[in-house]
Design a protein around this ligand. Structure first.
Ligand code: 5RP
Length: 293
């Protein structure tokens, strides 16, 4: 029997304090269920509303690419600075410490390697395994304009349906085929299609002209991929411009783990994304950390 002896009978119902409805901090995500919002809150910082995702999932089609040959050596030390890790379940289980307690976004589509037609992807993991791994979202590649466009869109919509059932956000990753022009018109099309078809948030590439129209016309948050390795100042400039033009963060890989000083680089990117550092300021910060070793 419960011990009720000594239970206090004085109550305070705070009648002068109206109950507040707290708006959720992410664009277009206010109507999501609690579990879905809670997972997104593992990814996006509650104060800045932004995220620095560390993308290291390249091996799912590229194998051991430069900087990812020994992820225990090169990536594990960066985890302390990442809001979220984006990787495959194989790397998560084999290499990443389970003490990492921020968001994990799992690569959930795959199939072809760089030797084949890349848009020929299928769903590559079950949601049960993502839940078992305590993932905060699942990521699926969408190849708008690609040879297997419809299949890749269907991969995403299937995952959205399954994700809605279990409260798992789906990140729609807009992939750019070799033959497609990487401009604002294309990014608007691809991002909007992902959002319309249910992605909780969208990853796309930054474009120098008109990126603000890509974020404005996408009703859910957008994070940018880093893309190919740039000189560090340029990469910081890209992150700065993307945030200023409405991005909710970065999902950056090669521009971090292939930088001269990866830990300094992710810390500098954080300054831009969360604290609004200008690119030159963040570059000075990067160089000072790099000099300290
Ligand atoms: C592959 C991906 C990668 O995660 C993405 O390309 C991010 O890495 P990077 O910043 O190196 O481009 O989604 O399609």
């Amino acid at each position: 029997m419960a011990d009720t002896e000594g239970t206090q009978e004085v109550h305070n119902y705070h009648l002068d304090t109206p109950v507040k409805s707290r708006p959720f901090h992410l664009k277009g995500c206010h109507a999501l269920d609690w579990g879905m919002q809670n997972r997104l809150a593992n990814i996006f910082d509650a104060v800045s509303g932004k995220t620095v995702m560390l993308a290291v999932d390249h091996g799912y089609f590229m194998g051991p690419t430069t900087g990812l040959e020994r992820m225990d050596v090169t990536i594990v030390p960066l985890l302390a600075h990442a809001d979220t890790l984006m990787c495959t379940r194989g790397i998560l289980r084999s290499t990443m410490p389970a003490t990492f307690n921020r968001g994990v976004v799992l690569r959930a589509s795959g199939g072809p390697s760089i030797l084949k037609e890349l848009s020929d992807e299928e769903i590559a993991m079950d949601i049960e395994d993502a839940i078992r791994l305590n993932a905060s979202a699942m990521a699926v590649q969408v190849f708008i304009g690609g040879e297997f466009e419809t299949r890749s869109v269907h991969n995403m919509t299937r995952l959205v349906d399954i994700g809605n059932r279990y409260g798992m956000p789906i990140l729609g990753v807009t992939a750019v085929g070799k033959q497609l022009v990487r401009d604002a018109k294309y990014m608007r099309l691809a991002s909007r299609i992902c959002a319309e078809l249910g992605a909780s948030y969208v990853k796309t590439y930054y474009v120098a002209e008109g990126f603000e129209t890509v974020t404005a016309s996408c009703p859910v948050p957008i994070v940018i991929a880093g893309g190919k390795k740039l000189p560090e100042l340029e990469a910081l400039r890209m992150a700065y411009n993307a945030i200023r033009q409405g991005a909710a963060g970065v999902d950056m890989g090669r521009n971090i783990f292939q930088a001269d000083a990866p830990a300094a680089m992710i810390l500098a990117v954080r300054k831009v994304v969360h604290e609004g550092f200008r690119p030159e300021e963040a570059f000075t910060y990067y160089n000072s950390l790099k000099a300290k070793g």
